[in-house]
Design a protein around this ligand. Structure first.
Ligand SMILES: CC(C)(COP(=O)(O)OP(=O)(O)OC[C@H]1O[C@@H](n2cnc3c(N)ncnc32)[C@H](O)[C@@H]1OP(=O)(O)O)[C@@H](O)C(=O)NCCC(=O)NCCS
Length: 153
């Protein structure tokens, strides 16, 4: 694998359409929903603290993930990890870790914790990255408290 770079993502470019096609071929709808909501303006990752990241190999998008203010927890201090997807050919090479650590790093400026709701197949991934399983909540399967690097997390 050659050099990868992390950059802000605009989900309308041709390279996004390629990754969107791969996700839909696997049965995942999150990139389609992301693009629909971007286009209708309902979620453009533009609220304070929000971000949308892509991992690129050259000009090709090989992974993506977003950070929203969590709409399900109205405390203002909760961020929500959204739409994390890595090209099948690039999995288990640290792309997902790069995305989550970028999201966590960005989130620390604004949020005290990150929530997410993940399919069973992604639980091991999130637990490897410091998320704790959440039991009995409708809107979260996992949560990670955010601390500064010198606070031990
Ligand atoms: C989940 C996903 C994002 C992981 O991306 P990735 O780039 O393969 O993840 P990484 O290589 O950074 O993995 C980091 C660590 O997570 C764990 N991990 C990742 N995938 C795993 C899997 N399938 N099974 C068990 N552990 C896994 C491992 O500990 C891994 O470290 P290691 O490779 O050194 O053992 C990717 O598999 C994916 O896009 N899946 C389909 C979409 C999806 O489920 N998204 C989540 C929606 S909430």
């Amino acid at each position: 694998m050659s050099v990868l770079s992390l950059r802000p993502l605009v989900p309308d470019a041709a390279t996004f359409q390629v990754l969107r096609g791969k996700s839909m071929a696997e049965g995942f709808s999150m990139l389609r929903r992301l693009q629909d909501h971007w286009r209708d303006g309902s979620n453009t990752f533009a609220k304070p603290g929000e971000a949308l990241f892509g991992v690129f190999e050259g000009t090709s998008l090989v992974g993506m993930g977003g950070l929203n203010v969590d709409p399900y927890f109205a405390d203002g201090g909760s961020g929500r990890v959204r739409h994390v997807y890595v090209d099948p050919e690039f999995r288990r090479h640290g792309v997902g870790r790069l995305l989550i650590e970028a999201i966590a790093c960005h989130a620390r400026a604004r949020f005290a914790l990150l929530n997410l709701r993940a399919p069973d197949a992604a639980h091991a991934f999130y637990e490897a990255l410091g998320f704790e399983p959440v039991k009995g909540e409708q809107f979260a399967t996992h949560r990670r408290l955010l601390t500064m690097p010198n606070e031990g997390s």
